[in-house]
Design a binder for this molecule. Structure first.
Ligand SMILES: [Fe+2]
Ligand SMILES: [Fe+2]
Length: 196
């Protein structure tokens, strides 16, 4: 292990290896502890990502943040479980960094914390959502049909119908992000199902 001083004069402890193959057990245990502390702030980072959606895609009558809040609020008011409320809130979190595969990004964030079903429907919501607009742009609105026999097909149809395509209403009384913050902190503080 090494101690060095950063440009602010703070003492930082680091591992000594420069190739992972040379790390010791002690060093990897040290890194694991730091990673755990970093991961404990996941909910906070997700909240900050949601806040950025206020200035995301334009042209709609609501911001992407409002769309997300509307989606989560509708899920909450329909007495969906916490997992679905969180999934609804985060379903477009990939818009900023994965504009060509945003569904997969949101699904990947959720995956260690949710059921296979929720993971699947968030991962595919982009394709299922095409039903509402693709025919206007020369695309195939029925692209979702290729999943017709999938056990979660109807869940994805329902998600898009109830918590996505109808969440662009500037007059809907969405709950504020403040309401969902403690829910996110509690949800992402549970141990993940896997890590890699
Ligand atoms: Fe989406
Ligand atoms: Fe959406």
């Amino acid at each position: 292990m090494l101690i060095y001083h950063n440009y602010r004069g703070n003492k930082l402890e680091t591992v000594s290896f420069i190739n992972m193959a040379d790390g010791t057990r002690e060093e990897y245990e040290f890194l694991e502890e730091l990673e755990k502390k970093y991961n404990a702030d996941l909910a906070q980072r997700l909240i900050e990502s949601l806040e950025k959606l206020e200035n995301s895609l334009s042209g709609y009558r609501v911001s992407r943040l409002e769309h997300s809040l509307q989606s989560a609020t509708r899920a909450h008011r329909n007495s969906e479980d916490t997992e679905m409320v969180v999934a609804a809130l985060l379903h477009d979190i990939g818009d900023d960094l994965a504009p060509y595969s945003h569904s997969e990004m949101a699904a990947a964030v959720l995956r260690p914390f949710v059921s296979e079903k929720t993971y699947w429907l968030i991962k595919h919501h982009g394709i299922f959502q095409m039903y509402y607009y693709a025919h206007h742009l020369g695309g195939d609105r029925n692209a979702r049909d290729r999943f017709k026999d999938h056990p979660y097909y109807q869940a994805a149809v329902d998600f898009c119908e109830n918590y996505d395509q109808n969440c662009f209403d500037p007059d809907y009384d969405s709950l504020p992000l403040e309401f969902f913050k403690p829910i996110l902190h509690a949800f992402f503080s549970k141990p993940p199902r896997f890590q890699h």
